[in-house]
Design a protein. Structure first.
Length: 315
């Protein structure tokens, strides 16, 4: 038995375990959200802004329940035989969103625990009791790890022919010109949120009145850099000796993180904070909007790459 066969066999045996881990790790978050929808104040301290917008928070909690329940669906899709027959986009789009929402938490929360010794909401009044962050974000990290391993195994079996080889071997035909134009546009736009994020990470307070702390600003800047770097390498064939998986992974994770969190924070700015003092500043709203656009542009480059190789590369 070859080492590859042994690895594949071990992966098959591990899938039911990872599926169970992913599903169980959703339960604390889902339980909390359903309790809040039912009117419970578990984990919500007195004076929390969450108590001031009951209808909005009920709707938001309902939305996030559906989003976390989608993790359970993804875990099943990635490990069941019927999951091999779904159209590519049915899996790729929600998996890209899940990657984008979970990746900054998986990086930022452990760093925050190490550097700051805990979670800092960045608000004058605490939103939640401290233990909630550990339970919720800990569950998100486990979800991300389990889904990530399952998705890599699934994608390797179904689509490995789309990222074989080195960057230097990528053909220059197809949509290469469109990819380069898109990447240049994304890189120029990324200067806006990237510069602001770095300034805020360095302690500049101008244009920023709420947020998740200086460390998280640096994390978001890092994901912006990853997204643009991965797309640039794909479009311009830079890092020629690298496996194609490297720029693809940078583009996939980076674009998902900046697009999905940009969109999520922009949505939050629209539906919360009646108090002008706690409403995102124009600079913050601009950051959210532009980084969302950057993420979508980078995702477009990756999609063009997959389309080109799928049309020309035999399985």
């Amino acid at each position: 038995m070859t080492s590859s066969t042994t690895t594949d066999t071990a992966g098959l045996r591990l899938r039911p375990v990872l599926r169970l881990v992913a599903i169980v790790s959703c339960l604390p978050y889902l339980s909390l959200k359903l309790a809040w929808i039912a009117g419970s104040r578990l984990g919500i301290p007195d004076g929390s802004p969450l108590l001031e917008h009951r209808l909005v928070m009920a709707l938001a909690n309902g939305l996030t329940v559906l989003m976390d329940a989608a993790v359970i669906v993804l875990a099943l899709l990635l490990t069941q035989e019927w999951g091999r027959r779904v159209p590519a986009w049915v899996l790729a789009v929600p998996m890209w969103i899940a990657t984008g929402l979970l990746a900054p938490i998986m990086v930022g929360f452990p760093l925050q625990m190490v550097v700051q010794g805990g979670s800092d909401s960045g608000a004058d009044r605490p939103f939640l009791d401290g233990w909630v962050f550990g339970v919720v974000y800990g569950g998100f990290i486990v979800q991300g790890l389990a889904l990530g391993v399952l998705f890599v195994g699934y994608a390797r079996e179904r689509w490995s022919h789309l990222w074989r080889g080195r960057v230097r071997e990528l053909p220059a035909h197809g949509t290469a010109a469109a990819q380069r134009t898109t990447v240049v546009t994304a890189a120029l736009l990324a200067l806006v949120p990237g510069t602001l994020r770095l300034l805020w990470a360095c302690g500049v307070t101008s244009g920023r009145n709420i947020g998740g702390g200086r460390l998280l600003e640096a994390v978001y800047a890092g994901f912006l850099a990853a997204a643009v770097t991965g797309a640039w390498q794909l479009a311009f064939r830079r890092g020629r000796g690298l496996p194609v998986t490297v720029p693809l992974a940078l583009a996939w994770v980076g674009s998902g993180a900046v697009a999905c969190w940009g969109g999520w924070m922009a949505l939050g700015a629209l539906v919360t904070f009646d108090d002008l003092a706690h409403r995102p500043t124009p600079a913050m709203s601009l950051t959210y909007a532009v980084q969302m656009i950057v993420g979508l542009l980078v995702a477009t480059v990756a999609a063009h790459h997959f389309a080109d190789r799928s049309a020309r590369t035999p399985r």
